[in-house]
Every structure is written in C-alpha cells, then in structure tokens.
Design a protein around this ligand. Structure first.
Ligand SMILES: *Cc1c(COP(=O)(O)O)cnc(C)c1O
Length: 338
C-alpha cells in the first residue's frame, strides 16, 4: 500500500531514461560471515548505467528531464578533479547529445598521487567529450558555475546548471526510487531490511532514501556515513533536500529520523585513512567488490565499525548501498599500498 503510494508519486516525475533499473541486490556472504554479525546485502548503485555507473545517474535521470524541458543544449557542472558526479554529468551529456562544460576545482584535495590530476574520472571526463575549466577551490561550490553559465549564455548557448553533487530536491526525489526497488527486491528475497547504510556527502542520496523509506519501508533505518568530515553540514543538507523532496512527492517526512554518523571520514574529504584502506582491501579480497577510497570504502568502514559496536544482531539484514566511484580508485593506486 505505502509502497504503491511511493511508486505512484514517483511516476509523476518523468526520467530521461539514463539508468538501467532496478540495480541488483545481492548477498555479501563471505564478508557477512567474516564479520560474524548481521547479513549484509549489497545494492549495486555502481551499476546504474553507462559512464561507469554510480549514484549520480539516478538523480540525473530526473533532474535532466527538467533541463530538456527548459530547452537546454548545454550542461554546466562542477567538482573536484576526481569528482564522480562530474564524470556522470559528462556521460549523461554525451548520451543526451548535449554540450558539457565542467568547472574543475583544484586545491580542495592536495593531489595524493601523481596520477590524481589526469587518470580515473579526470580521464573519463575527457573521453566523454566534456570541456574542462580549471579553477582554484575557494569553498564556493556554485558561484563559479553561475559565472560560467552566464558566459555561455552570452555566447548564445542555453545552459542548465547541474547543482553540486546533483543534490537538490528533485535529485532527492530521484533517489527515493531506490527504495521502491529495495522494498520489492527484499520482499522477493524474503527478508526485511533493518537498515540501509551508505556514505553521505552532498546529501540528496540520503534525503531521497529517507523520504522513500519513511513511506515504503517504515521499519528500516537509513544511516548515512559522513565522508566529508563535516557531519553537521551533511545532516543539515540532507534535511533540506528531504524536506523539499517530501513536498514535491506530497509525502510525510520526519527530520528527527535523519541519522548521519561521524567519525569515519578520516582526516579530510578525499584522504583515505587506515580503516578506509582496510575496508577497501577486505571487500576486494572477500567479495571482489571494487570500492573507492573517497566514498564507498569510507561508507563500508563506517558500517564495519557499527557492526563491531554491536548495534545489530545476527538476525538482522542490512543493505549496504554501493554508490560507485570505481574510476577514482585508479587515481589513488600509489596511495593504496596494494
Ligand atoms: C557523490 C557520491 C556519494 C555521496 O552521495 P551524495 O548524494 O552526494 O551524498 C557517495 N558515493 C559516491 C561514489 C559518490 O560519488
């Protein structure tokens, strides 16, 4: 009932068809057995579609419908050198036949390896035909995008600005669609998820999951692991986008239920610490999972720490959302000690 309500409301927001859905939901038997705790299931958000997948495509699928409706011929977005978000915007632009301009911020992360500036996502952006605009990082995520969009408009283009991390209320609406999939898939696999755990950064992934779960999986907690080393900012952004998404979907949302867990981001955004590297190696060795050192391995490190703290029992079923990010792994090879 509540599940069909969510599905019906989501159907009011068309997609451009970027994603191949549903993404698989698979048990991580070896990892679960190794940890000796609850059963962990992996939701393969790294397999959302072309451009090497990842969680931004699910948001872009709805956000870019708006762009096409507005007659945009050009996408403008921004991010750090190894931004997965930018790479997925570049991929989406290629698929939709749009021009793509990316503001690349330098200096938020000190380059950890020689490959950082040119390989991984930085390489794929060029492969997918995006035009790159290098800028120093000042902390202002959206100002330089607006400036670039104005310049393009003056040249006769019709640009659409994709917000940082594709995080806004409509992006969050897009993510609520993962909940209809998890509800359906877990039902078919005959388990009830106790919690969905994932890494949280710009916020719309957790916002969409939270709004969706409160309607369609009300007994399931959504636990965001802060990977920005800014847990309060992350939580505030999740609440903002979730509130907006709930309004668009005309569904209830209780902000008190939003949980962002601190303490697993390492020293800073983009800097992997020992627990991140341990999680990356462990999941690679036991499950051939390919996590990344900026996001998903920090998310798994957080999940492992929560399991070790005894938060859940062996009878529980947890869904770990693998949000993607594999390309950046190759930009960090020399920092991984593998
Ligand atoms: C962007 C990103 C996240 C965080 O999602 P938000 O919606 O920005 O919170 C997690 N994992 C990966 C791999 C990402 O690229």
């Amino acid at each position: 009932m509540s599940m069909s309500l969510l599905a019906d409301r989501l159907a009011e927001f068309p997609t451009v068809g970027l994603c191949t859905l549903p993404t698989p939901l698979k048990p991580l038997k070896n990892l679960s057995c190794h940890l000796g705790g609850p059963m962990i299931w992996e939701k393969r958000e790294d397999m959302t579609g072309h451009g090497m997948g990842g969680n931004k495509l699910r948001k872009l699928d709805r956000v870019l419908y708006q762009a096409l409706e507005q007659g945009a011929d050009t996408l403008v977005s921004g991010g750090v050198v190894q931004s997965n978000s930018q790479r997925q915007v570049a991929a989406a632009a290629a698929i939709l036949g749009l021009e793509c301009h990316l503001v690349v911020f330098h200096g938020r992360v000190a380059p950890p390896t020689a490959q950082y500036e040119t390989s991984g996502n930085a390489f794929l952006n060029r492969l997918y035909g995006a035009l790159l605009h290098d800028r120093p990082w000042s902390g202002d995520r959206n100002g330089p995008l607006a400036t670039l969009a104005n310049e393009l408009r003056a040249k006769g283009k019709c640009p659409f600005i994709v917000p940082y991390g594709v995080s806004d209320p409509l992006g969050a609406v897009g993510y609520a669609s993962a909940i209809t999939e998890i509800a359906e898939q877990s039902n078919r696999l005959q388990f009830e998820p106790t919690a969905i755990i994932h890494c949280s950064g710009s916020g719309a992934t957790q916002a969409g999951l939270s709004v969706g779960a409160q309607t369609a999986l009300p007994n399931c907690q959504v636990v965001g692991i802060d990977i920005d080393a800014e847990p309060e900012r992350v939580r505030a952004d999740v609440v903002t986008y979730a509130t907006g998404a709930a309004e668009l979907l005309r569904l209830p949302f209780d902000a008190h239920l939003v949980e962002v867990v601190a303490g697993h981001a390492g020293p800073a955004y983009g800097v992997p610490h020992d627990a991140t590297l341990d999680a990356l190696r462990l999941s690679g060795r036991l499950e051939a999972m390919t996590l990344d050192p900026v996001y998903s391995a920090k998310g798994l490190a957080g999940l492992i720490a929560l399991i070790k703290s005894g938060r859940w029992s062996k009878a529980d079923n947890l869904v770990f959302l693998n949000t993607g990010g594999v390309p950046s792994l190759f930009a960090y090879v020399d920092a991984l000690g593998i």
